[in-house]
Design a protein. Sequence first.
Lengths: 250, 363
Amino acid sequence: MSTLEIRGLKVSVETEQGSVEILKGVDLTIKSGETHAIMGPNGSGKSTLAYSIAGHPKYTITDGTVTLDGKDVLEMTVDERAKAGLFLAMQYPVEVPGVSVSNFLRTAATALRGEAPKLREWVGEMKAAMESLKMDSAFATRNVNEGFSGGEKKRHEIMQLELLKPKFAILDETDSGLDVDALRVVSEGVVRAKEANNHGIILITHYTRILKYIKPDFVHVFANGRIVEEGGPELADKLEADGYAEYVKA
Amino acid sequence: MTTLQSNLLENHTPSGREEAWRFTPLKRLGGMHDGSATPELRNSLATKNPLKDGVTFTHQDVIAVTESDDAIVQRIRAFTNSGALLTIPANTEVAEPIFLNRTSMSTKSAEFSRVQIKAGNHCKATVIIENTGDTHLAEDLEIIVEPGAHLTLISLQEWGSETIHAGRHHAIVDRDATFTSIVVTVGGDLVRLLPTVDFIAPGASCDLSGVYFATAGQFFEHRMFVDHKVANAKSRVNYKGALAGDKAHTVWIGDVFIRAAAEGTDTYELNRNLLLSDGARADSVPNLEIETGEIVGAGHASTTGRFDDEQLFYLMSRGINMEDARRLVVRGFFNEIIAEIGNEEIQNRLMDRIDSELAKAAK
């Protein structure tokens, strides 16, 4: 059983107008096997929370703590955070020209597992992950995210989730830009990975549609850089009906 | 005289003020340009493997097929008529690449080397010149690509750190012939190459690509000139460079001249540079001069940038450490061109060399 604990997290970014505080004190505790949906309007700071936990250099932590089983995540480099068990499925995965998906994934798996996976087993692992996400086998030879459609990028992210087996997965708007079929395939991948690894999930989304596939245990409403309301799955139904208007006003 | 013609090398000992020499540190040329080098006829070029399919390679007198106003080429030609001639017979598809290398080296004197490669009508062949070790080399290489021929020339500068190499690689490309050139420069103190192309009949095409990686103190210059003097010829240029370390300096000049008669020309040239540390300098100058509007297309692009933080973040967020992430990005950057070599042993060797250059620079 692992615990990811976020306490009083304040985060700023540098802009031309100076430093702007995006996160204004976030508290959140996630345990293995739990799914927490973070829902909120655009610009409320949801993605900033995701990238700050992953260690993106653009964000400056001004206050608060993030710990994984008591270890200080904020002291870790980006790769150390991944090795500690954090995974961020990005909303806009980055193109890496000239680096094939298979080379990238094997390098990542080698780094995370501490040794290179045996080639034959690895090929089988990749094949299974790709098949279950309904990806063509030629996918492995393509360059990372280069020329991928929106749906392919998200499948690739979830394929990594399945292969890299983190303790906690942060899914940043994984549902955005997906049609109904792709949303189902990707969501099934998330559920399958969770059943296999029992990791905790922070599911960041604007809409409720992905929650039909990935059932949250907890729903947190995010507005203006902090969590403004918390509840169970029924809170999502309320948001579906009423929207975010009452939180934005506040 | 057009701007581009005046960019060609001046017909006298360069002072460094000429357009064609303004980037080159003349003091580091070992006197090849001003007559102070001790010229030597070494006939060092040799075939690495037995020749097949009627291909011949001989050391003999060669007669230049083109003029050159390059000061170094003129000094080579004044010094000797003796050179090496590689002939690929017409209507022959040579299955295996023809490997050439240099068998004798010295940095006490300069090898003045004349070489001709003749690719006969409708032949298809790949020539790979592997340059390793430490030497001083002034090189006058003419490549004659006869009608309908497909010639690929892969020129590998994997020199040691003492080498000075100044060379003109001039291709004359005839009707419906295709010349593909891949230049790799990853070693040497100073390397200055002039990959130039003359289209002499319609339907000719060339694809000039290259990679270079300069580390502390190295100077690598690649100066293209593609002369579209006939109709319906096509040229593509794609060079990629990386620089790391104090006073690493690269120069890429892409001159393309579309003369009035060259209707239907299709040309595009691209140079990308990756600056991996402070103190390095990449000069990149595309020049396009167009005398006719009746063309298919003409364009160029030049970029010089640093590591993309988003790429590094993405790779590192998957557990890959900074050093490995940088290595992946640099390998990926060069892979587009290195993969075109089509020889796994050479590709792996070059990627290993690029890794070690990067590791050296990181220290």
